[in-house]
Every structure is written in C-alpha cells, then in structure tokens.
Design a protein around this ligand. Structure first.
Ligand SMILES: [Ca+2]
Ligand SMILES: [Ca+2]
Ligand SMILES: [Ca+2]
Length: 424
C-alpha cells in the first residue's frame, strides 16, 4: 500500500475518478482536490473551496460536469469549467540535508495571454513551517530565471501563485528548480575506544592489521590482502596500545586523522601521527614513562575541501593507564616445620606494583606449568601492594623450588623463586 494523498488536519469524505485523475472531497476545510494517479499523488491541485464545512459526495456526469454535495447545509454544487481568477499551490518541504546557501531559482511552464505565474520561497531549519522559525515568504518572482532570496537554511518551500484575466485560460507550471550549496560542516568524532588489553588475540590481530596498513601506505601500495594467521602473542607486558575511533562527516567528506598524546595534567600535546586514513592507531608506549595519558584525535575534511573551508574537530579519550613494568615480589620468607603428617613449608611474601594494582598471584612447586592461585591476606586485590601467606604440604625430603608470580592491571607478570631443602 502506498500513500496517495493526505490532507493536514482534515478528512477525506468523497472520491470520484475521471480521465485518470481522482477528485477528492474533504472536510474540516471543504475542498475538492484533483490528484494525478500517475505519480503517487505528488501532483495535486485544489479545484474548489465552498462555504459549508464538508464535501460529502462527488459525481462526474457523462458530459464531464462535476457535481458535489455538501453537509451543513446540505446542498449540491456544479463546478464550472472556467478557471478561477487566482490560485496558489504550496509545495512540499524540500530538504537540502544540511545548512545550505540558496542559488538560482528557475521554473518551466506556460503563462500566455492574460495569465501570470509568480513564485515565492521561504526557508527554515526545522522541517515543519508551522513550528515557526521559518523566514517570511520572499517577494514573488515572475521571471522564469532568478535568485532565491530566502536566507541560508536546511529546508525550502515554494509557493506558486497563478492568475488569469481570462476564465477560459490558465497558466501551467511544469517544473521548478532550486540550486543550493551545502555549507561545509565539521566532522564528528563520536568515540575513542581501546581494544581491551586482556583480549590478547584481538589485540595481536589489530596490531598486525595496523602494521600492514602502515606498510602499504609507506610503499604507496593500495592492495590489502587477507591477514595471515598470527602466532599467539607473548604473555605479559603489551606496550602497544590499539585505539579505534568512530568518526563521520555530515557532508560525507573523506576524513584524515591526526593523533596526539599527553600525560594527564600536562598542558602540551605531542603528535604521534599525521594524516591517517583509517580510524585506528597502534600506540607504542615503550618510549613513555608509566602513568596516565590522554589521546587526542583530530578529524579533518581537508582531503575534500579547500584550505579556507576545511573544518576539523577533536576528541580526547578517557585517561589511559600506561603500565609496562611488572610487579616486584619482595620479602619472600620460607620456614620448614614438622607438621602432623610430615614436613610443611610456610611461605610469606609481598607483591608490589609501582603504577597500578596487583590483580593476580600464584605459586608453583617444582613445576613450570602447575600454578596454584593465591588470595591476598586481606582478601582483596585492591592495593598496589598485597601480602600473601600459604603452606605447602607433603614435600619429599630433598631440594625443592617454589616459584611465585604476580600480575598487575596491565597484565605485566613479575616472577620470583626460592629454593629450600627438606631434611630427612
Ligand atoms: Ca565536512
Ligand atoms: Ca606495573
Ligand atoms: Ca588488598
């Protein structure tokens, strides 16, 4: 089903078809419209308006006379075949898609012998002219070529006024055209996100894609093949931080990005990269000190615009913690004692991280693979330093090695080991 016709705040009360055109009788404002069936009802003309409030019935006689019946009061009217002295047509609202400066206005039609066509325009930045904030109608233009006098705005509407001094002749407007130039609007950077540091596989892939893109750019090559399968990334510290952002331009302009960083609280931005075409950057943080940083992305449409009209927008990321240093394991104390069922080893230690929290700890006995998870003595991994205490039971007499590992928020792994001997 498609919509053929709509009458604002009104009622459709009567229909009659004649010669491929549809006559529509309406209420609220009693009018008869003629609607073309050929083009989805876009083309319509108001033929008559009567005093009673509702056109209830329509009929076209064999001779082609149109009769209409009204309610309140109940009457019959016959439409005369002569043309009215003056009629107006108000167009739909046209959308330029963004703020636009208007140019030429042209119309095509015929206005001979005692008839006249005049076109006026108005413009606004909200879709509905009834909501106000629209300009007044411009002065009527009678020449088929002219300039649109309405102020720059997103929406435009036409009003065509047709007059005749001869009841047997009417002017006809077939087409009107408005030229406009969309104003250049600045890009938008909607978000900056980091590929989560614990999703190691996704990070490794993103880093590799980025490297490929940088490589093909520096070689001037355009082809990008499928990404080869990557070996699993090494455990622990990942100084390369992968950032993605979402950006768009209201005009659909091609965007280029400049990327900057600064330590949190520092005034000056340091540029990392210029003119990136893809909305991503892999930041190698190995060269900066541990701490909190911000990333700024500047998006520009300069690729598609002149230097005078290019626009840019920047966005600053949430603070990013750079932590490339592993926690230190200190004060490892080992005490062997006789338990009820043989020798037992009590171990105490502290794990301390300089920049972030200790988030994980584990130990192993005489093994490189079988790790036992540890909980801090205060029960919570919530501090830069955490103390641990655990007991190893059932050790055979002889030398043993206890390995300890602690992990920080950035997934840096710190290690320590202690050897001991259990006596016979
Ligand atoms: Ca733009
Ligand atoms: Ca650390
Ligand atoms: Ca704690």
């Amino acid at each position: 089903m498609s919509s053929l016709f709509d009458v604002r705040d009104g009622l459709v009360l009567a229909l009659a078809a004649a010669d491929g055109r549809l006559l529509v009788g309406t209420g609220a404002e009693a009018r008869v419209y003629e609607v073309s069936l050929a083009d989805d009802g876009e083309d319509r003309a108001a033929l008559a308006t009567i005093d009673p409030k509702q056109v209830m019935a329509l009929a076209v006689t064999k001779e082609g006379r149109t009769i209409l019946g009204s309610a309140g009061p109940g009457r019959l009217y016959a439409l005369s075949k002569s043309y009215r002295k003056e009629g107006t047509y108000t167009s739909q609202v046209y959308d330029a898609g963004g703020s636009a400066a208007w140019g030429a206005l042209q119309w095509r039609g015929t206005a001979g012998g005692g008839t006249q066509i005049r076109i006026a325009t108005r413009s606004g930045n909200v879709r509905d002219p009834e909501e106000g904030l629209w300009s007044d109608w411009s002065k009527d233009q009678t020449a088929p070529c002219g300039r649109i006098a309405s102020p720059a705005a997103r929406f435009l509407q036409f009003r065509v006024t047709m007059r005749t001094n001869d009841a047997g002749a009417t002017p006809v407007v077939e087409q009107f055209e408005a030229a406009y130039l969309r104003a250049n609007e600045p890009p938008k950077v909607l978000s900056i996100t980091e590929v989560v540091s614990r999703d190691l596989q996704a990070r490794a892939q993103a880093i590799e894609q980025f490297r490929q893109a940088m490589k093909s750019r520096s070689q001037g090559a355009q082809k990008t093949g499928p990404t080869p399968p990557q070996p699993p990334p090494p455990e622990g510290s990942q100084p390369i931080r992968v950032l993605h952002w979402q950006a768009e331009d209201p005009n659909g302009d091609t965007l280029r990005y400049d990327v900057y960083f600064r330590g949190q609280g520092e005034p000056a931005w340091v540029r990392l990269e210029r003119n990136l075409a893809r909305p991503e950057y892999a930041w190698d943080t190995a060269a900066v000190a541990d701490g909190w940083y911000e990333i700024k992305v500047v998006a520009s449409d300069r690729q598609d615009r002149s230097a005078e009209t290019a626009r840019e927008t920047s966005r600053t990321s949430d603070p990013i913690l750079v932590d490339n240093t592993a926690p230190v394991i200190e004060n490892v104390q080992v005490r062997v004692r006789r338990g009820d069922a043989g020798p037992e080893v009590d171990v105490t230690l502290t794990a301390r991280d300089a920049t972030s929290r200790v988030t994980e700890a584990a130990y192993t006995v005489d093994s490189a693979t079988e790790w036992h998870t540890l909980a801090p003595t205060d029960g919570l991994f919530d501090d830069p330093a955490e103390a641990f205490r655990f007991t190893v039971k059932g050790l055979e007499p002889g030398p043993h090695r206890i390995g300890i590992r602690a992990v920080d928020e950035a997934n840096n792994h710190g290690h320590a080991a202690k050897t001991l001997t259990v006596e016979e």
